[in-house]
Design a protein around this ligand. Sequence first.
Ligand SMILES: *Cc1c(COP(=O)(O)O)cnc(C)c1O
Length: 385
Amino acid sequence: MNLDTLLAQLGNRQDPVTGSVSAPVYRATTYAHPALGQSTGFDYTRTGNPTRTILERAIADLEGGARGFAFSSGMAAVHAVMQLFSPGDHLIFSNDLYGGTYRLVEKFLRKVGIEASYVDTSNLEEVQTAIQSQTRGLFVETPTNPTLKVADLQALGDLCKTHQLLYIVDNTFMTPYLQRPMQYGADIVVHSATKFLGGHNDVLAGLVVTKTEELGNDLYFIQNSIGSTLGPDDSWLLLRGMKTLALRMERHSKTASVLAQYLSGHPLIARVYYPGLELHPGYAVQKKQSSDFGGMLSFEVIHESMVPVILKQVRLITFAESLGGTETLITYPAVQTHADIPEKIREACGVTQRLLRLSVGLENAVDLQMDLENALTEAAQITSS
Ligand SMILES: *Cc1c(COP(=O)(O)O)cnc(C)c1O
């Protein structure tokens, strides 16, 4: 079945008794046993919840994996995946990694003896060079946050296969509607479902998909043991948001592409990062491995002093963290999302004090462009006077 069909039907007719078209929300924490040694399949809600199960099945199908798991946040999902590793293991990560994942690695994984290297995963040679005898995994974001560097998923998949590395892809920015990393060899896909999958800035959630049943069993053991599961109401809310994912991702991509073009030609903009621009170094790879370019773009203004003015002067666009919702958000990565990353590493990744990030929402492109134009003009006037 095509993904848009799967998405539109999420949760439909899952309750054979009523034929409910919307997934039923099971708030019960415990489930009656028919007899000693028997179970309906549900015993206790951390171990399994019928609403969460519908969501978990859905994300597994969407990513083309064997098993899906829902967590209380994207970070909880990443944390659970990291429990697959042991002291002494070495992992390779994309260098402009989501700030929270970087913090988790540096403050928690290192403490238990897991080693990490950060490399530009859009550069295959750099990844190859970073592989050591103890390397057990590769964790990739593509496109990255916030400079939208594109990694070649197939090439990295081949590399992981050769070196027997667990291949993990954070697919938050693209969602399975635009990009399915398992087609290129990924063993595990993780999501902050708080972003595009949820899509409405109203639910915090994380998802994991494993390619094999075997990895699924390991992850299930971790999920049930640690207990950072997603509640039934949030599971329902996420399913509800995901039903419109196909439409949303198409529109996010279309509008982001319009705005990227507009900003590219703007005299007050020094640089635009959007993989859908033909001049972007990752354009060809992105085009090959994804069905569109997504709703995230970043841009550098010509003077740092313009930044506070723009953040104050935008009226339609909201100055806030996060991404993937219906409302367009503007973020200042150096101060907001990437503050935990040391300045030297940050600057080397292009996360300068002049960089702003847009999560392009579902508003009309003309209105968004006008809002940006007004804020930029205002910023230019104030800074030059
Ligand atoms: C937001 C985000 C996370 C963390 O997810 P939460 O739901 O905020 O815990 C992880 N990876 C990426 C790429 C993100 O954007």
